[in-house]
Design a protein around this ligand. Structure first.
Ligand code: UD1
Length: 371
């Protein structure tokens, strides 16, 4: 029996942990899973609603760290998590993604000699100004099992000198959640409540500090988006940091006059109900680049780089950067239908990644037993 502490902290973690914990609970003779919520995200709309939508059991431990600077947040998570590890003595700690909770918990374990499995290992944007890139590099460097979503990630890890037998290509567990919940999301009334017809609107998300924390960059992006919204209305569920900056930079009136419609952040099923019927998605999120690829929806990524190149190579994603002219051009050519990208779903984005993750953990146990 493997005792596993599964870590969640921020919004993009919940849809990754849900299928893993479900599979571990199904294989109850092999796994004893516990859930630790760091409390990095804490609002109803950023956390609790995801537990409900995804059917994640209530956390066994809640560290309640909340929002702080990166250093304080990371330190608070570490301080609160260490006693949990000492008390529970897990066989493995499983971390997902690239948020502060991911590196904080992995680092605690590395110092205590407790094994760490990292789900979504090996992704690299090669942009070290991005906090998530630092989290990815450091988490991978101290993890014992690196579970990857695509083969380019395996290659990144090998180039960094990681031993081959630590790397396992298991596929994309976030897509497990997507396929598992797609039918259920059709029963949500999110799109209908907004009075929208399928394919008659675009969906926008924007929250990267590099896009929304600088007035000039955010203002330039808004100019392009307002112009695009003239041709196709844009629905914009607004992340709390972005909402704050719209007010702070004095953009609220301009947005209110445009065809960009600001709404509160949506829960998992409501958001899926909305974006799955969109004609176009514009985003700086990592997860949404993958979800749109899995569903074949055109996606423009408003960043200069991506750690998920497979979504461009095989999927529907296009990297358009933050230049307003380039963004407008790319959006208009999609709307005029002059550019249709032939897209494929990447290998092992098949709804069964959680099973392979569990198999990989059991495989590690066998390896240890036979040593
Ligand atoms: C974090 C992750 C990012 C992920 C994003 C998804 C890191 C370094 N960043 O960024 O990778 O894409 O989550 O949302 O871990 N806030 C609330 N309510 C909440 C949580 C946050 O109002 O429940 C506000 C706070 O004012 C906070 C700000 O949002 O200061 C930023 O939150 P934080 O978790 O620090 O970073 P995110 O930008 O959400």
């Amino acid at each position: 029996m493997l005792k596993i502490l599964n870590i969640v902290g921020a919004r993009p973690n919940f849809m990754k942990i849900a299928p893993i914990v479900r599979e571990m609970r199904r294989r109850a003779a092999e796994f004893a899973p516990l859930i630790v919520h760091t409390g990095q995200h804490y609002d109803e709309a950023m956390s609790d609603s995801f537990f409900r939508d995804l059917g994640i059991p209530a956390p066994d431990f809640h560290l309640e760290v909340g929002s702080h600077s990166h250093a304080v947040q990371t330190a608070k998570i570490m301080t609160a998590f260490e006693p949990v590890v000492l008390q529970e003595k897990p066989d493995w700690v499983l971390v997902v993604g690239d948020v502060n909770s991911t590196i904080a918990c992995a680092l605690v374990c590395a110092k205590l000699g407790v094994k760490v499995a990292h789900v979504e290992a090996g992704l690299r944007s090669r942009d070290r100004t991005m906090p998530e890139e630092i989290n990815r590099l450091l988490t991978d460097a101290i993890s014992d099992l690196l579970l990857t979503t695509s083969e380019d990630a395996d290659e990144n890890l090998r180039q960094e000198g990681v031993e081959r037998d630590k790397i396992k290509f298991v596929g994309n567990v976030m897509i497990d959640s997507l396929f598992y919940n797609l039918e259920k999301s059709r029963t949500s009334k999110a799109r209908a409540n907004l009075g929208l017809e399928a394919k008659d609107y675009a969906v926008l998300t924007l929250h990267r500090p590099s896009n929304v924390d600088e007035k000039d960059i955010f203002g330039g992006l808004l100019n392009a988006l307002i112009a695009i919204a003239e041709k196709l209305p844009i629905i914009f569920p607004v992340h709390p940091r972005t909402r704050g900056n719209i007010e702070k930079f004095g953009f609220a009136a301009r947005v209110a006059e445009s065809n960009i419609r600001l709404i509160e952040p949506l829960g998992y099923l409501d958001f899926m109900n909305l974006y799955s019927a969109a004609r176009l998605v514009l985003t700086d999120s990592g997860g949404l680049q993958e979800e749109t690829t899995a569903l074949g929806i055109p996606c423009l990524t408003l960043r200069e780089n991506t750690e998920r190149p497979i979504t461009i190579e095989l999927g529907t994603n296009r990297l358009v950067g933050t230049n307003p002219e380039k963004i407008k051009q790319a959006a208009f050519s999609i709307l005029e239908n002059s550019e249709k990208k032939a897209a494929r779903i990447p290998p092992l984005w098949d709804g069964h990644a959680a099973e392979r993750i569990c198999d990989a953990l059991i495989g590690e146990k066998r390896k240890t037993n036979s040593e």
